[in-house]
Design a protein. Structure first.
Length: 199
Protein backbone atom coordinates (compact mmCIF):
# COMPACT_ATOMS: atom_id res chain seq x y z
CA UNK A 1 0.00 0.00 0.00
CA UNK A 2 1.35 3.41 -0.91
CA UNK A 3 -0.07 6.88 -0.52
CA UNK A 4 -0.45 7.99 -4.13
CA UNK A 5 -2.26 11.31 -4.09
CA UNK A 6 -4.36 13.73 -2.13
CA UNK A 7 -6.91 16.14 -3.57
CA UNK A 8 -8.02 18.93 -1.25
CA UNK A 9 -10.92 21.15 -2.25
CA UNK A 10 -12.39 23.81 0.04
CA UNK A 11 -10.78 22.27 3.15
CA UNK A 12 -9.26 24.84 5.55
CA UNK A 13 -6.84 27.16 3.69
CA UNK A 14 -7.24 25.19 0.40
CA UNK A 15 -10.02 27.21 -1.24
CA UNK A 16 -9.02 25.96 -4.69
CA UNK A 17 -8.80 22.35 -5.73
CA UNK A 18 -5.24 21.26 -4.97
CA UNK A 19 -3.71 17.93 -5.89
CA UNK A 20 -0.57 16.56 -4.25
CA UNK A 21 1.08 13.56 -5.93
CA UNK A 22 3.26 11.66 -3.52
CA UNK A 23 6.01 10.50 -5.83
CA UNK A 24 8.62 7.98 -4.75
CA UNK A 25 11.32 9.69 -2.72
CA UNK A 26 9.10 12.48 -1.44
CA UNK A 27 9.76 12.79 2.28
CA UNK A 28 8.77 16.29 3.33
CA UNK A 29 6.48 19.22 2.69
CA UNK A 30 8.12 22.55 3.36
CA UNK A 31 6.69 26.06 3.37
CA UNK A 32 6.51 29.31 5.33
CA UNK A 33 4.68 29.51 8.64
CA UNK A 34 0.93 29.44 8.16
CA UNK A 35 1.14 28.25 4.56
CA UNK A 36 -0.95 25.14 5.24
CA UNK A 37 1.50 22.29 5.91
CA UNK A 38 -0.42 21.09 8.96
CA UNK A 39 -3.68 21.50 7.02
CA UNK A 40 -2.41 18.88 4.54
CA UNK A 41 -1.84 16.40 7.37
CA UNK A 42 -5.22 17.26 8.87
CA UNK A 43 -6.84 16.66 5.47
CA UNK A 44 -5.36 13.14 5.52
CA UNK A 45 -6.64 12.49 9.05
CA UNK A 46 -10.05 13.93 8.18
CA UNK A 47 -10.59 11.88 5.02
CA UNK A 48 -9.63 8.74 6.96
CA UNK A 49 -12.47 9.40 9.40
CA UNK A 50 -11.27 11.79 12.12
CA UNK A 51 -14.33 12.63 14.23
CA UNK A 52 -12.88 15.18 16.62
CA UNK A 53 -13.12 18.75 15.31
CA UNK A 54 -10.96 19.86 18.23
CA UNK A 55 -8.08 17.64 17.19
CA UNK A 56 -8.30 19.33 13.78
CA UNK A 57 -8.01 22.71 15.51
CA UNK A 58 -11.66 23.54 14.72
CA UNK A 59 -14.65 24.37 16.90
CA UNK A 60 -17.16 22.20 15.07
CA UNK A 61 -16.74 19.98 12.05
CA UNK A 62 -18.16 22.40 9.38
CA UNK A 63 -15.43 24.85 10.48
CA UNK A 64 -12.97 22.82 8.41
CA UNK A 65 -14.64 24.36 5.33
CA UNK A 66 -12.72 27.32 3.86
CA UNK A 67 -13.92 30.28 5.93
CA UNK A 68 -13.05 33.05 3.47
CA UNK A 69 -10.11 35.39 3.12
CA UNK A 70 -9.66 39.10 2.40
CA UNK A 71 -10.70 38.81 -1.26
CA UNK A 72 -12.39 35.47 -1.18
CA UNK A 73 -15.88 34.50 -0.01
CA UNK A 74 -16.33 31.53 2.32
CA UNK A 75 -17.23 28.23 0.66
CA UNK A 76 -20.15 25.94 1.46
CA UNK A 77 -18.49 22.61 0.90
CA UNK A 78 -15.19 20.89 1.54
CA UNK A 79 -13.95 17.63 0.14
CA UNK A 80 -10.79 15.59 0.39
CA UNK A 81 -9.92 12.55 -1.72
CA UNK A 82 -7.06 10.22 -0.90
CA UNK A 83 -5.74 7.52 -3.23
CA UNK A 84 -3.70 4.51 -2.14
CA UNK A 85 -2.12 2.00 -4.48
CA UNK A 86 -3.19 -1.46 -3.36
CA UNK A 87 -1.55 -3.84 -5.83
CA UNK A 88 -0.09 -5.72 -2.82
CA UNK A 89 -3.65 -6.10 -1.40
CA UNK A 90 -2.46 -4.61 1.90
CA UNK A 91 -5.91 -3.13 2.29
CA UNK A 92 -8.48 -5.92 2.36
CA UNK A 93 -10.16 -4.90 -0.91
CA UNK A 94 -9.74 -6.63 -4.23
CA UNK A 95 -8.80 -3.39 -6.00
CA UNK A 96 -5.45 -2.10 -7.31
CA UNK A 97 -6.34 1.39 -6.15
CA UNK A 98 -8.36 2.46 -3.15
CA UNK A 99 -9.91 5.92 -3.37
CA UNK A 100 -11.60 7.43 -0.34
CA UNK A 101 -13.52 10.72 -0.47
CA UNK A 102 -15.07 12.65 2.39
CA UNK A 103 -17.35 15.67 1.87
CA UNK A 104 -18.96 18.05 4.28
CA UNK A 105 -21.49 20.86 3.82
CA UNK A 106 -22.07 23.98 5.95
CA UNK A 107 -25.25 22.48 7.45
CA UNK A 108 -23.11 19.64 8.83
CA UNK A 109 -24.20 16.99 6.31
CA UNK A 110 -21.33 14.77 5.34
CA UNK A 111 -20.61 11.68 3.31
CA UNK A 112 -17.92 9.12 2.58
CA UNK A 113 -17.23 7.43 -0.73
CA UNK A 114 -15.08 4.33 -1.16
CA UNK A 115 -14.06 3.75 -4.77
CA UNK A 116 -17.01 5.86 -5.86
CA UNK A 117 -19.63 4.13 -3.71
CA UNK A 118 -21.28 5.78 -0.73
CA UNK A 119 -20.23 4.08 2.52
CA UNK A 120 -20.47 4.63 6.29
CA UNK A 121 -17.76 6.06 8.52
CA UNK A 122 -17.54 2.59 10.06
CA UNK A 123 -16.53 1.12 6.70
CA UNK A 124 -13.62 3.54 6.41
CA UNK A 125 -12.37 3.13 9.99
CA UNK A 126 -12.75 -0.66 9.65
CA UNK A 127 -10.72 -0.63 6.44
CA UNK A 128 -7.92 1.33 8.09
CA UNK A 129 -7.82 -0.77 11.27
CA UNK A 130 -4.45 -2.51 11.75
CA UNK A 131 -2.94 -0.79 8.71
CA UNK A 132 -0.88 1.62 10.79
CA UNK A 133 -3.18 4.45 9.73
CA UNK A 134 -6.01 3.62 12.12
CA UNK A 135 -7.34 5.83 14.87
CA UNK A 136 -4.86 4.84 17.59
CA UNK A 137 -1.83 4.52 15.35
CA UNK A 138 1.30 6.60 15.57
CA UNK A 139 1.81 7.14 11.84
CA UNK A 140 0.64 10.72 12.23
CA UNK A 141 2.03 12.59 15.21
CA UNK A 142 0.92 16.19 15.68
CA UNK A 143 3.23 18.92 16.96
CA UNK A 144 1.55 18.85 20.39
CA UNK A 145 1.88 15.09 20.57
CA UNK A 146 5.64 15.25 19.98
CA UNK A 147 5.94 17.45 23.05
CA UNK A 148 3.70 15.12 25.06
CA UNK A 149 5.91 12.16 24.11
CA UNK A 150 9.06 14.04 25.18
CA UNK A 151 7.47 14.90 28.51
CA UNK A 152 5.93 11.48 29.15
CA UNK A 153 7.13 9.11 31.86
CA UNK A 154 9.48 6.27 30.77
CA UNK A 155 6.69 3.68 31.26
CA UNK A 156 4.32 5.69 29.04
CA UNK A 157 7.02 6.08 26.42
CA UNK A 158 7.66 2.35 26.54
CA UNK A 159 3.96 1.68 25.85
CA UNK A 160 4.15 3.94 22.78
CA UNK A 161 7.25 2.13 21.47
CA UNK A 162 5.56 -1.21 22.10
CA UNK A 163 2.49 -0.07 20.22
CA UNK A 164 4.62 1.07 17.26
CA UNK A 165 6.61 -2.19 17.29
CA UNK A 166 3.36 -4.16 17.39
CA UNK A 167 4.29 -5.80 20.71
CA UNK A 168 1.24 -4.52 22.58
CA UNK A 169 -1.07 -6.88 20.72
CA UNK A 170 0.99 -9.88 21.88
CA UNK A 171 1.24 -8.52 25.42
CA UNK A 172 -2.57 -8.34 25.55
CA UNK A 173 -2.85 -11.89 24.18
CA UNK A 174 -0.32 -13.07 26.79
CA UNK A 175 -2.34 -11.41 29.56
CA UNK A 176 -5.51 -13.13 28.34
CA UNK A 177 -3.76 -16.51 28.16
CA UNK A 178 -2.41 -16.05 31.70
CA UNK A 179 -5.91 -15.24 32.98
CA UNK A 180 -7.31 -18.34 31.30
CA UNK A 181 -4.48 -20.44 32.76
CA UNK A 182 -5.19 -19.11 36.27
CA UNK A 183 -8.88 -19.89 35.84
CA UNK A 184 -8.15 -23.41 34.60
CA UNK A 185 -5.79 -24.02 37.54
CA UNK A 186 -8.55 -22.93 39.90
CA UNK A 187 -11.02 -25.31 38.23
CA UNK A 188 -8.47 -28.14 38.51
CA UNK A 189 -8.04 -27.41 42.22
CA UNK A 190 -11.79 -27.61 42.71
CA UNK A 191 -11.89 -30.93 40.85
CA UNK A 192 -9.05 -32.18 43.10
CA UNK A 193 -11.08 -31.07 46.18
CA UNK A 194 -14.16 -32.94 44.99
CA UNK A 195 -12.11 -36.05 44.18
CA UNK A 196 -10.59 -35.79 47.68
CA UNK A 197 -14.04 -35.54 49.29
CA UNK A 198 -15.38 -38.52 47.34
CA UNK A 199 -12.33 -40.59 48.19
P1 LIG B 1 3.37 26.41 10.83
O1 LIG B 1 4.62 26.26 10.05
O2 LIG B 1 3.31 27.74 11.54
O3 LIG B 1 3.02 25.25 11.72
P2 LIG B 1 1.58 25.55 8.71
O4 LIG B 1 2.26 25.67 7.38
O5 LIG B 1 1.49 24.19 9.29
O6 LIG B 1 2.17 26.58 9.75
P3 LIG B 1 -1.26 25.57 8.93
O7 LIG B 1 -1.38 25.58 10.41
O8 LIG B 1 -1.51 24.29 8.20
O9 LIG B 1 0.14 26.17 8.50
O10 LIG B 1 -2.24 26.65 8.27
C1 LIG B 1 -2.71 27.72 8.99
C2 LIG B 1 -3.48 28.62 8.05
O11 LIG B 1 -4.68 27.98 7.64
C3 LIG B 1 -3.85 29.89 8.76
O12 LIG B 1 -3.53 30.98 7.91
C4 LIG B 1 -5.35 29.79 8.90
O13 LIG B 1 -5.99 31.03 8.80
C5 LIG B 1 -5.71 28.92 7.73
N1 LIG B 1 -6.99 28.24 7.97
C6 LIG B 1 -7.26 27.29 8.90
N2 LIG B 1 -8.55 26.94 8.84
C7 LIG B 1 -9.11 27.67 7.85
C8 LIG B 1 -10.42 27.75 7.30
N3 LIG B 1 -11.44 27.00 7.74
N4 LIG B 1 -10.62 28.63 6.29
C9 LIG B 1 -9.62 29.38 5.82
N5 LIG B 1 -8.37 29.35 6.27
C10 LIG B 1 -8.10 28.50 7.28
Amino acid sequence: MKLKSLVINGFKSFADKTQIDFQTGMTAIVGPNGSGKSNVIEAIRWVLGEQSAKSLRSGKMPDVIFAGASERKPLNRASVTITFTNTDRYLPLNEDEVVITRRIYRDGDSEFLLNGKQVRLKDITGLMLDTGLGKESFSIISQGRVEAIFKSKPEERRAIIEEVAGVLKYKKEKQKAQQELAQTTEHLNRVADIVGELG
